[in-house]
Design a protein around this ligand. Structure first.
Ligand code: ATP
Length: 306
């Protein structure tokens, strides 16, 4: 059961930490398999994936009684489509992703994939269908190869190298002293935010799930690195049903639908163009981020004149 290098007495710590971020979800499932309060049905039949349609129907949710976090949230992601969620800090964006991974159960309403309620299928088959590129990837204290192969245990080194190339992290890895055998994690070589994100992308490519969740980093990488990573994320999203928890609106202009959350409620929804025309919350956010981008570009061109 314990396949990562963690002493037993840190399990409680990992468990608590894992509740706080979708990122840690995969790690925890590996350790504990499942949370006791999230039960499999008595006679579970595996999730039958057809086209990968995701539906939230009138979902209410709170982590604790008396404090509702999501209120009557409904949306659907068409097979291969993309829905993006934006909103202020604490508005409930990441909570949506955690519910889709069935890290918690809804308190009212229902979430389904291809018409099957998440509560009716074994957690294992649900989680096999969903890949996550988290805000901040946690690496295991193991080699880079292990950390990528974690997307599909048993993958060969050739397969690992192939996805590392596709995620544009192969050249970086081969520049390290022990290449794919280089230890990373807390006790190994430290990687930058962008490098870790690329490892997460490679891992997700190897897992090759029909449904993807991107939890965008709040702290922006520098603009050039960000654009390169964005291209890879776009590729990963193609042909897959994708939920994006977005912080930078520039990355989601092509989404099929954008939901604006405020205090757990959808207050605006539509395509980028339609939301701009509404001249509401989203349009304001867009203006603000555009000014910030322009300022950043001016600063960059001043810092590095051509
Ligand atoms: P950010 O943009 O800052 O990441 P968010 O919109 O993703 O924010 P969520 O992480 O979904 O916000 O959190 C929504 C609300 O739920 C917050 O008020 C947060 O304090 C609360 N919350 C999140 N996780 C837990 C938890 N494990 N237990 C109790 N409350 C929680």
């Amino acid at each position: 059961l314990i396949q990562v290098c963690l002493p037993l007495n840190s399990l409680g710590f990992v468990f608590r930490q894992a509740r706080d971020a979708v990122v840690n979800a995969e790690r925890m499932f590996r350790l504990l398999d499942e949370r006791p309060e999230i039960a499999d049905p008595a006679t579970p039949a595996d999730l039958r994936l057809e086209r990968g349609e995701v539906r939230f129907e009138h979902v209410d949710f709170g982590y604790e009684p008396g404090r509702q976090i999501l209120r009557d949230v409904s949306f659907s992601i068409a097979p291969g489509g993309t829905v993006a969620v934006v909103g202020g800090s604490g508005s409930g964006k990441s909570t949506l992703a955690r519910l889709l991974f069935r890290f918690y159960d809804v308190s009212a309403g229902r979430i389904s994939i291809d018409g099957q309620d998440l509560r009716d299928v074994p957690q294992r088959s649900l989680r096999a269908a969903i890949g996550i590129v988290p805000q901040d990837t946690i690496l295991f204290n193991d080699t880079i190869a292990y950390n990528i192969a974690y997307g599909r245990p048993g993958a060969s080194l050739d397969e690992v190298v192939e996805v590392a190339r596709a995620a544009h992290v192969h050249d970086f890895i081969t520049s390290l002293p022990e290449q794919y055998d280089t230890p990373v994690g807390e006790r190994g070589v430290k990687l930058s935010g962008g490098e870790k994100q690329r490892i997460a992308i490679a891992r997700a490519m190897l897992k090759n799930p029909p449904i993807m969740i991107f939890d965008e980093a709040t702290s922006a990488l520098d603009t050039r690195a960000e654009r390169a990573i964005q291209d890879e994320l776009d590729r990963l999203a193609q042909e897959r049903t994708t939920l994006i928890i977005a912080h930078r609106l520039s990355t989601i202009v092509d989404a099929d639908e954008i939901l604006v959350l405020e205090h757990g409620r959808v207050v605006e929804r539509g395509t980028h163009g339609a939301l701009l025309r509404q001249a509401g919350v989203y349009a304001q956010m867009w203006q603000l981020q555009r000014q910030e981008r322009e300022l950043e570009q001016t600063e960059q061109s001043l810092a590095a004149p051509e």
